[in-house]
Write a protein that binds this ligand. Structure first.
Ligand code: ATP
Ligand code: MG
Length: 574
């Protein structure tokens, strides 16, 4: 491809809303353009990258025994009502009506649809297991679309679904997919690590996410420095602290804490440690008020709370509800003396606090000397693991190492779904004895467009993108110093033809631009190998090759150049 013909409009300025490298560079280097919030056009360079990622995914899915199909994006409401997700999906679902006022959605995911197909077509244990996948656009009306392709409203996903006779068969297939995922991300050139994950609204119980580690990642993961435990913080378990020293309980007492609001302010004022404070958070769980207690230096893990309650919707209570329940302004809630009886949950660490301090349900008032056993247990408090882990917590797996935190981009997730969808939709089969059994399911997603963005997050510098070879839009870029120079032009054309003949994807910068401009664009677009040809190199009968990542330069004889490039590319991919 000749640069003079390539449709890759580069930009000098990027919109201020582009905060992270991949978002900025995809716009600047002419890979994409925005249509509306979270909705983008992929330009020709991006399509080449996406197609390479997709080709790797297809190879690994096929190798894992999954078969490709393509389901509709537009899906009828009735199907989603069978599983209750028409309501559960809430505002994230794009909905539409046809001319007969029938309701549809744009598929955010395809469990319902694939399960109904399999339910109709598969009858016997002999047809199981079966695994099917597709690669297509997904639609989610994200509350905060941002970071370009990272959190888009229209994005490309590979979604796979597997159907099994029993858990054993699912377990085996899940492992296979897990391994296929590890291979996909390694081949794409990402450093991605699997972590234990919460299965969220999709259901099921066992799930792993593949996280591309990057400071810009929206997800936080906790990992052990001693063993291989790693989990999304939504999921990471906190061990209960060792039981307290049993210091003698003092009587509960109300004290004035004028104008002291934060944990630190109250602790300093009372001369206690922040760990002695207990925060009382009021939530609405599917509309019902509940209280969650965590230690002053901890934060509530809302995913754990929602899972414990089986709630689909957990939100912090609004100020009116807080005033009604506590009888006090916001900021003074405590477990003792509430105006309404509501369910109470306490994180394990709260139950080990000695001489605790809680809100007094009265402006500028706290209660001191709280003894959780004496004062909370009679209220019917339920203790559970309800907090976010913090750096330095003991590892819940090996119990010896300490947890560290890191940020990651969720590029893929695998789930054991169990029978949630097959039961709701009636995906059953006849076993050897002719008895009707419910199929057991797994599902497996990869964010294809997000993977492209994640690859940039992990592979860029101040000048632009440094594509991993396997997914670069072109492998080699030939840059003549002066396109008007006859001899240079002839040498470029010759190398260009030679590389094409070898099946190497090559770009030739045949524009009448200054060399500096072409070099800048070369760095920005991120082709792994740049070959510079000019009167100086030709005087030595050579070309200059620059490896984009790391910037290494080498002078190579003009007749050896094609072979050199081909070898380098082959080696880079093994
Ligand atoms: P997230 O937690 O980031 O919202 P999710 O867990 O809802 O993602 P899944 O339902 O597991 O996403 O979808 C499978 C994959 O699709 C994800 O692992 C991710 O790579 C990708 N993906 C999900 N939402 C988006 C989005 N809004 N934009 C781009 N890719 C996305
Ligand atoms: Mg996910």
């Amino acid at each position: 491809m000749r640069m003079s013909e390539l449709f890759a409009p580069t930009l000098r300025e990027v919109p201020a809303e582009a905060e992270i490298a991949s978002h900025k560079l995809l716009l600047r280097a002419g890979y994409m353009r925005k249509l509306a919030g979270g909705i983008y056009t992929y330009l020709p360079l991006a399509i080449r990258v996406l197609q390479k990622i997709e080709a790797i995914i297809r190879e690994e899915m096929d190798r894992a025994g999954a078969q490709e199909l393509l389901m509709p994006i537009v899906q009828p409401r009735e199907l989603w009502e069978k599983t209750g997700r028409w309501d559960v999906y809430g505002e994230e679902m794009f909905r539409l009506q046809d001319r007969h006022k029938r309701e549809f959605c744009l598929g955010p995911t395809h469990e319902e649809l694939i399960t109904s197909i399999v339910a109709q077509e598969i009858r016997s244990y002999r047809q199981l297991p079966v695994a099917l996948y597709q690669i297509q656009n997904k639609y989610r009306d994200e509350i905060r679309p941002r970071f370009g392709l990272m959190r888009a409203r229209e994005f490309i996903m590979k979604d796979a679904y597997s159907f099994h006779r029993n858990e054993e068969s699912l377990d085996e297939y899940y492992r296979r997919m897990y391994e296929a995922y590890a291979r996909v991300f390694a081949r794409v050139g990402l450093s991605a690590r699997p972590v234990e994950a919460d299965s969220g609204a999709i259901g099921g119980n066992i799930s792993h996410e593949f996280m591309a580690l990057a400071p810009s990642g929206e997800a936080e993961i906790a990992y052990c420095t001693n063993c291989d435990y790693a989990a999304n913080v939504e999921r990471a378990e906190a061990l209960p602290p060792p039981a307290g020293g049993g210091s003698e309980a003092q009587p509960l007492e109300a004290v004035d804490t004028p104008d002291k609001h934060t944990v630190e302010e109250v602790a300093a004022f009372l001369g206690v440690e922040p760990q002695q404070l207990i925060k009382t958070m009021l939530y609405l769980a599917d509309g019902e008020p509940i209280a969650v207690l965590v230690r002053g230096d901890h934060e509530v893990n809302e995913v754990k709370v929602a899972n414990l309650l089986g709630a689909t919707n957990l939100t912090l209570a609004d100020p009116d509800t807080i005033r009604r329940i506590t009888g006090a302004p916001v900021g003074f809630a405590g477990p003792i003396g509430l105006k309404e009886e509501i369910p109470f949950y306490a994180d394990h660490a709260v139950m080990a606090v000695e001489r605790g301090v809680v809100g007094g349900n009265k402006k500028d008032t706290h209660l001191i000397n709280l003894d959780p056993k004496r004062d909370l247990e009679p209220l019917g408090v339920k203790a559970a693991d309800l907090r976010l882990v913090v750096e330095g917590d003991s590892c819940p797996r090996c119990r010896e190492g300490k947890l560290q935190l890191a940020r990651g981009i969720e590029v893929g997730q695998v789930f054991k779904l169990g029978t949630k969808y097959s039961e709701a939709i009636g995906a059953v089969y006849l076993d050897e004895e002719g008895k009707t059994q419910t199929m057991v399911m797994g599902c497996y997603g990869i964010g294809v467009s997000r993977t492209m963005a994640a690859a940039i997050e992990q592979n860029h510098d101040e000048f632009g993108i440094c594509w991993p070879v396997a997914i670069a839009p072109y492998q080699v870029l030939i840059v003549p110093i002066n396109w008007q120079d006859e001899e240079s032009r002839a040498a470029c054309e010759k190398l260009y033809a030679e590389l094409e003949a070898r099946g190497i994807e090559v770009l030739l910068d045949d524009r009448n631009e200054r060399a500096g401009v072409k070099f800048k664009d070369a760095d920005l677009i991120g082709i792994p190998l740049r070959v510079t040809i000019g009167p100086k190199t030709l005087a030595q009968n050579a070309v200059e090759i620059k490896v984009r990542k790391g910037g290494k330069m080498e002078l190579v004889g003009i007749d050896e150049a094609a072979g050199w490039l081909e070898n380098w590319l082959r080696e880079a991919q093994t």
